[in-house]
Design a protein around this ligand. Structure first.
Ligand code: URA
Length: 434
């Protein structure tokens, strides 16, 4: 088989066979297909798309390209979540202890932040001592004892996706529904959980800009999950404004703790409750109303917060920081961004706000940059809020000298004011499931 012929086939919009897709996967991982040929193929997929059968086969090729995690010892109780990424998304640190405190088993692999989006692994590493790298035995035994463990992507999990994603990143071929679907679901299938809840984001901070595109992506991912024997639900949620108030690593850990105390922002609390509800409903085969009541109860009776402490300690983290968040280091500089005039905040360019947080030191511009765990932004006013000239919209935290003024101007440009109150959309638009 020649890969050249497969590129030609895809260029003409023809469907690839199972044999061809697995050949492509194997040969690219082994290095027999060069990047320039794979780039041409990926661009052809962007233009011609893939049939559902092709996307499902590519998902399987990705899932089977390396190691897989066996979670069969947890039966139907193993449950995973995945977010398509955003700004201020600290949901994993809130949702997983809720689910674990109710008897779910969450064995999760998370990523680091890149560009304008944050990553759970960076956030967890802002807790002194927390280990995001565990041996396979430690990972499984932590889930057995505590109900949750979260680690970085293990070495040889879905290597086909690792190579494809790195290439897509530099060839403008990320935003293709079949490629995103197979990338996300391939990794989730390899990670082994029986149930999977997806948080598919749309809006200015997400790569899916409209709810329609996010819904199409979610439908495909749910269908492929069922096709491959898993139970999958997807929430369509807004990333038109950062989630909650904190953007930046230890700032987000502190906000997660506050949310588990029942004092969280309304949008963040709602997304977390909906995600946890789906995870409990799927893994314990309960109706949504019962599952939601249980999740709310885990927050109000303190069991989810206690589970967070237990989990952090189990992975080597200093749980004293969870009990007393004032222990987290703060930055040298705190700079207030003030409104230039009266008005209503009608939109926030969330990607730009993520970039501002990165520039303050909270994120990486390139893969090797070192993160400042204390840097970031506390957003005081969000979409829908009425503000007066001079009112503080946000506080920027940084250890970098002389950076704040330019970043404050950039932040202000990302916030649009209007004379009248904007119409607000619900943060969770819908749930797509079977
Ligand atoms: N996240 C992934 O894991 N893969 C994609 O293709 C896009 C977002």
């Amino acid at each position: 088989m020649r890969f050249y012929d497969l590129i030609t086939k895809k260029k003409h919009g023809e469907e690839l066979t199972e044999e061809e897709i697995f050949f492509l996967g194997r040969s690219y991982v082994s290095g027999e297909i060069p990047d320039y040929q794979m780039s041409a193929f990926l661009m052809a997929v962007c233009w011609q798309g893939m049939t559902d059968r092709e996307a499902s086969l590519l998902t399987a090729a990705i899932a089977e390209s390396g190691d897989t995690v066996d979670l069969s010892m947890f039966g139907d109780r193993s449950v995973d979540k995945h977010s398509t990424g955003g700004v201020g998304d600290k949901t994993t640190m809130i949702v997983t202890p809720i689910v674990a405190s109710l008897g779910g088993c969450v064995a999760k692999m998370s990523g680091r932040g890149l560009g304008h989006t944050g990553g759970t692994i960076d956030k967890l590493e802002s807790i002194p001592g927390f280990r995001t790298s565990l041996s396979r035995e430690e990972f499984i035994s932590t889930v057995e004892r505590v109900g949750v463990a979260v680690i970085g992507q293990s070495g040889n999990l879905a290597p086909l996706d690792k190579k494809l994603y790195a290439l897509r990143d530099v060839t403008a071929t990320v935003d293709s529904v079949p490629l995103i679907t197979s990338s996300v679901m391939g990794k989730k299938l390899a990670a082994g959980s029986h149930s999977i809840v997806l948080d598919v984001k749309y809006g200015s901070g997400s790569f899916m800009k409209s709810p329609e595109d996010a819904s199409e992506l979610a439908e495909k991912m749910v269908a492929i999950g069922y096709d491959r024997g898993r139970q999958v639900s997807a929430l369509i949620t807004s990333m038109d404004t950062p989630l909650g108030h904190a953007v930046g690593n230890n700032l987000e850990v502190k906000e997660a703790i506050k949310t588990l105390k029942g004092e969280g922002a309304a949008d963040l609390t709602e997304v977390c409750l909906c995600l946890a509800t789906e995870m409990i409903a799927l893994s314990m085969k309960l109706d949504r109303a019962t599952a939601r009541k249980m999740c709310k109860g885990a927050i109000s009776d303190g069991s989810a917060l206690r589970k967070l402490e237990e989990w952090i300690a189990a992975q080597g983290g200093d749980a004293e920081y969870i009990r007393n968040p004032k222990l987290f280091p703060v930055t040298k500089h705190a700079y207030e961004v003030r409104a230039s005039r009266d008005g209503y905040i009608c939109s926030m360019n969330t990607e730009e706000i993520g970039i501002c947080a990165s520039m303050l030191g909270a994120g990486r511009v390139s893969k090797d940059d070192v993160i400042d765990h204390a840097a970031g932004i506390i957003i005081h006013r969000k979409v829908g809020d009425k503000v007066s000239a001079g009112e503080v919209l946000a506080t920027l935290y940084t250890n970098r000298d002389g950076a704040s003024e330019e970043i404050a101007e950039r932040y202000l440009r990302a916030v649009t004011l209007s004379e009248t109150a904007p119409e607000l959309c619900p943060v969770v638009l819908k749930v797509i499931s079977r």
